[in-house]
Write a protein that binds this ligand. Structure first.
Ligand SMILES: Nc1ncnc2c1ncn2[C@@H]1O[C@H](COP(=O)(O)OP(=O)(O)O)[C@@H](O)[C@H]1O
Ligand SMILES: [Mg+2]
Length: 279
């Protein structure tokens, strides 16, 4: 498959892939999103500025338990910033970030650490520690934050690597430089899974990958939703990925969420920004 061909906008094809994904999820008994419960993550009227530069201008978005929400936007739109806000790494200039009903922005340090225990972050470009082996990269959180016997750490590292379809025996002793792009992303995901969070935040999980590897990572994101029942926020500029994996998508443009809805609704939207982004 040529890269150019893969990038061509083919809505009929994408629709089919969505159907496939939905069937896959139904067969696997994935949780149905948007239950009557409160949202697990709720962004309310969020403002964020860096100096005079307005990055987020009153954005609101709800994420329900078990669903995958993709935030689409161009480079510099503020996608990574949203994930940093959810993690409580930066504070907003206005608005609220509720995780399980607790405001991350006003949480005490202890509360924040408690909230973060339930969140796994998959960093852009995997952001692995170059000098650490795959084993030590994946074990990082446990080594830093928990006092477990190494036997238990090893068991959990094995489990996480298998969950991302890597063979522990083959990869544990390798250094990041010895891994392919797709394997690095998998190790980044295994590292985020190690403390068994119920929320996964992905920053551009398929950036820099070829179309075929991108697809295998998309399939992995779907598998984790299905098998672990995790709630995911995925920020990406890749529309094809977003449409494959997102139960809902939100489009970030000019500091605002100019569209949110299902991929089907987005495809059918007559909104000018949406059409421009899709094309
Ligand atoms: N720490 C920071 N200080 C100043 N400006 C920043 C900082 N982090 C991000 N920005 C700016 O905020 C905007 C959004 O950044 P980011 O969230 O990283 O975009 P994206 O992930 O969508 O590419 C960009 O214009 C970026 O230059
Ligand atoms: Mg970014």
């Amino acid at each position: 498959m040529s890269g150019t061909r893969d990038l061509l906008w083919d809505s009929g094809h994408l629709r089919l892939e969505r159907e496939e994904a939905r069937r896959l999820m139904e067969e696997g008994g994935a949780p149905s999103p948007q239950s009557s419960d409160d949202p697990l993550i709720s962004l309310k009227d969020l403002d964020l500025r860096f100096g005079d530069h307005v990055v987020l201008d009153g954005i609101s978005l709800d994420v329900w338990s078990g669903e995958t929400v993709c935030i689409l936007g161009g480079s510099g739109a503020g996608k990574s910033t949203i994930l940093r806000l959810i993690l409580g790494l930066i504070k907003p200039n206005g608005g609220q970030i509720l995780v399980r009903g607790r405001d991350v922005a006003t949480a005490s340090r202890e509360e924040l650490l408690e909230l973060r225990k339930d969140m796994g972050m998959v960093f852009q470009e995997a952001a692995l520690f170059d000098s650490l082996t795959v084993y030590d990269n994946v074990a990082f959180y446990l080594h830093e934050h928990e006092d477990l016997p190494e036997e238990e750490v090893a068991r959990r590292v094995d489990e996480s690597l298998r969950m991302v379809d890597l063979d522990p025996e083959q990869v544990e002793d390798l250094l990041p430089a010895e891994l392919s792009g797709g394997m690095k992303k998998r190790v980044g995901i295994a590292r985020a899974l190690i403390h068994q969070p119920s929320i996964l935040l992905y920053d551009e999980p398929t950036s820099g990958l070829d179309p075929i590897t991108t697809r295998t990572i998309d399939d992995l994101v779907l598998k984790l939703q299905r098998e672990l029942g995790v709630t995911s926020v995925v920020v990406t500029h890749d529309i094809r990925s977003a449409f494959r994996i997102g139960n809902r998508v939100a489009l970030l443009f000019g500091g605002e969420i100019v569209f949110q809805g299902t991929p089907e609704e987005m495809m059918e939207s007559g909104d000018g920004y949406v059409r421009e982004f899709l094309h």
